[in-house]
Ligand binder design. Structure first.
Ligand SMILES: CC(C)(COP(=O)(O)OP(=O)(O)OC[C@H]1O[C@@H](n2cnc3c(N)ncnc32)[C@H](O)[C@@H]1OP(=O)(O)O)[C@@H](O)C(=O)NCCC(=O)NCCS
Length: 197
């Protein structure tokens, strides 16, 4: 079967929504997210991307099966959660294109699909014409977290190799309930940025 990585649009996108929701839940259960996902919430989140011409969802397909996906949208669509740290640093929110997340089934990792997710979303942001930067964030977990797997590989070298830098002090906080916990807790989310060349 052939692997294809490309933006999903129109009817193909609509058909893929349930699969995309399940994929997010599966991948985010793992370290470092440990997220106990809710199917209806995920469906709603993904459907929002279909409604906006400013947003993109890139899918990795093995034949007709969706095995990975990555999202991008204007940072201003997330202003409630993100505005404060960006404004405190003096950034113009309107000039930043935000990458929501990349998720890929374990068996498909290490074949360059993660790079393709960045290529496609950076190309989309460039085409939109009004962005100077792309950004994304990643959860910061303590090194001695009891659920941290041994031998887990950090994504930091990958992100730095793509020209992204963790911006000092550019941190937002998201709340979610970790697997096995009864209450939501607040997680620091470190932002990474680079200029769009
Ligand atoms: C992030 C993710 C999509 C990357 O996908 P991928 O297809 O394995 O990435 P690639 O094959 O393009 O490899 C990218 C880089 O990661 C590194 N890498 C390869 N395999 C890796 C692995 N198993 N674990 C960590 N890094 C790995 C390599 O250094 C590679 O860079 P290089 O080709 O310049 O040497 C995937 O690891 C994933 O779904 N992770 C879980 C969810 C997540 O943490 N997402 C990111 C935040 S939302």
């Amino acid at each position: 079967l052939s692997l294809i990585v490309a933006p999903l649009t129109g009817a193909a996108f609509q058909r893929a929504i349930p699969d995309l929701a399940r994929l997010r839940i599966e991948v985010f259960r793992d370290w470092p997210y440990l997220y106990d996902g809710n199917y209806d919430y995920e469906r709603g989140y993904i459907a929002k991307f279909a409604a906006s011409p400013q947003s993109v969802i890139v899918a990795a397909m093995d034949g007709s099966r969706i095995v990975g996906a990555a999202t991008g949208s204007p940072l201003t669509d997330h202003a409630d959660a993100f505005a404060k740290p960006f404004m405190a640093k003096g950034y113009d929110l309107h000039k930043i294109f935000y990458f929501g997340e990349s998720v890929l089934l374990m068996g498909y990792r290490g074949r360059g699909i993660g790079h393709r997710f960045f290529d496609e979303r950076e190309a989309f942001a460039r085409k939109m014409g009004r962005y100077t930067h792309t950004a994304f964030c990643g959860v910061v977990r303590p090194d001695d977290h009891p659920l941290k797997p041994q031998n887990v590989r950090s994504l930091t070298p990958f992100w730095e190799g793509r020209g992204y830098k963790a911006v000092d002090g550019l941190v937002a906080h998201f709340d979610w309930k970790d697997l096995g916990q009864t209450e939501k807790t607040s997680k620091p989310m470190q932002f990474w940025m680079r200029a769009l060349s």
